[in-house]
Design a protein around this ligand. Structure first.
Ligand code: GLY
Length: 377
């Protein structure tokens, strides 16, 4: 594989591009706006497989956990390559309950986590406040997920863009890919202004916009949809200094070393609507204030709505598609930042060696192919 076109300059596209360019591949990446300013920029940077464990998603959990274990080396290498910090923080995550109902739900989650040997710890409210004094005095209980870490996603994107450029990759900004022309030997991408690029492979990593591209049949396109998340940013001011990620029943708080405090997020099926609404902000602010009341006096510095790429089964879509020469790396839903190292490593490996690793095999795009759903008898 000598040349690859990447459609989408979020954390997934940039990191795949970086891995390929490191191996001498000619990488051309296209973003419809400034690279790294889409959904990944609007995320919270949480690396939280334990806290976000869902009862029905054990295979995805193993994948998430493996990606988490690759983060420390990934950070070291990326920071060295880019000369920039990504603010990797290891204080851990506190999942808290603020009433009887949420304490019951938290206990069920904790029992399930322990059944699957997750290294989480049950704490009384008092024990939790000892490690995180800004938690509300009335909180009953907490689960401490010490391995759920975080990065500053905006610093991550800046570092990845820099590392990709340093490795020789080319980033085309404000260059929307309108059409992909699948082909086994020389697939191509055609931009809005008619410019046509072809290479040995095309990687579609356009997140929630992955179905917007023309040239691929409807059934072969990845089944992703936008899931809206409204968030806001506060600026921490002395003496307020939250250190842990805190997840309450209705909101999470993710403090960055720069003083940015990210609060999110709604989960809404609203198509491509990115309006910020009073109700959306009210819900997440109230949820955050219930568990960390000290945010009350902090200044609001930004509000936004991002679009998560939710696949039909909420797992990522990784590997060769039914469109010849076109590979998908999309559908990361709530876990795009967490899944960056494993996606970049395993997609680059697939392109460079032809080997589909056991890690990505369960997430193949062909699981959605019509013949997989209706096998011929
Ligand atoms: N992973 C955080 C979110 O999707 O809101």
């Amino acid at each position: 594989m000598e040349s690859v076109l990447i459609v989408g300059g979020g954390t997934i596209g940039l990191s795949i591009g970086w891995r390929l360019a490191q191996q001498g591949v000619d990488v051309q990446l296209f973003d419809r706006q400034e690279a790294g300013r889409g959904t990944s920029w609007l995320a919270a940077g949480m690396l939280a497989p334990d806290a976000e464990l869902q009862f029905e998603e054990l295979e995805l959990y193993a994948f998430n956990r493996e990606s988490l274990s690759r983060w420390p080396d990934f950070v070291t290498e990326l920071e060295e390559a880019s000369g920039q910090s990504v603010d990797y923080r290891k204080e851990g995550t506190l999942i808290v309950a603020d009433d009887r109902d949420s304490a019951e739900a938290l206990k069920r989650l904790y029992d399930f986590q322990r059944e699957h040997n997750l290294a989480v710890k049950w704490m009384t409210g008092e024990e939790a406040r000892e490690i995180e004094p800004f938690l509300a005095p009335r909180l009953h209980a907490a689960v401490y997920a010490s391995f759920d870490h975080q990065v500053d996603n905006r610093l991550l994107l800046e570092a990845l863009s820099e590392a990709l450029r340093q490795a020789g990759g080319v980033i085309h900004e404000h260059a929307p890919v309108e059409r992909i022309e699948p082909d086994e030997e020389a697939p191509a991408a055609v931009l809005g202004d008619g410019q046509r690029y072809s290479a040995d492979a095309v990687v579609l990593a356009a997140g929630a916009w992955s179905r917007k591209v023309e040239g691929i049949t409807r059934t072969a396109l990845p089944p992703v949809r936008p899931v809206k998340g409204q968030m806001l940013q506060l600026q921490m001011e002395t003496p307020f200094e939250l250190r842990h990620v805190v997840r309450g029943p209705d909101a999470y708080l993710a403090p960055k070393s720069s003083g940015r405090l990210l609060i999110g997020a709604t989960s809404e099926e609203m198509g491509y609507d990115t309006r910020v609404t009073a109700g959306g902000l009210y819900d997440v602010l109230e949820g955050a204030w219930e568990v960390v009341p000290g945010i009350y006096d902090l200044p609001v510095t930004e509000t936004w709505a991002g679009l998560r790429p939710g696949s039909r089964d909420h797992a990522p879509i990784l590997g060769w598609s039914d469109a010849p020469g076109v590979l998908y790396a999309t559908g990361h839903y709530r876990h795009g930042i967490l899944l960056t190292p494993i996606t970049a490593d395993e997609i680059a490996r697939l392109l460079l060696t032809g080997e589909t690793s056991d890690w990505i095999e369960p997430f193949s795009p062909t699981r959605f192919s019509p013949e997989e759903i209706h096998p011929t008898r």
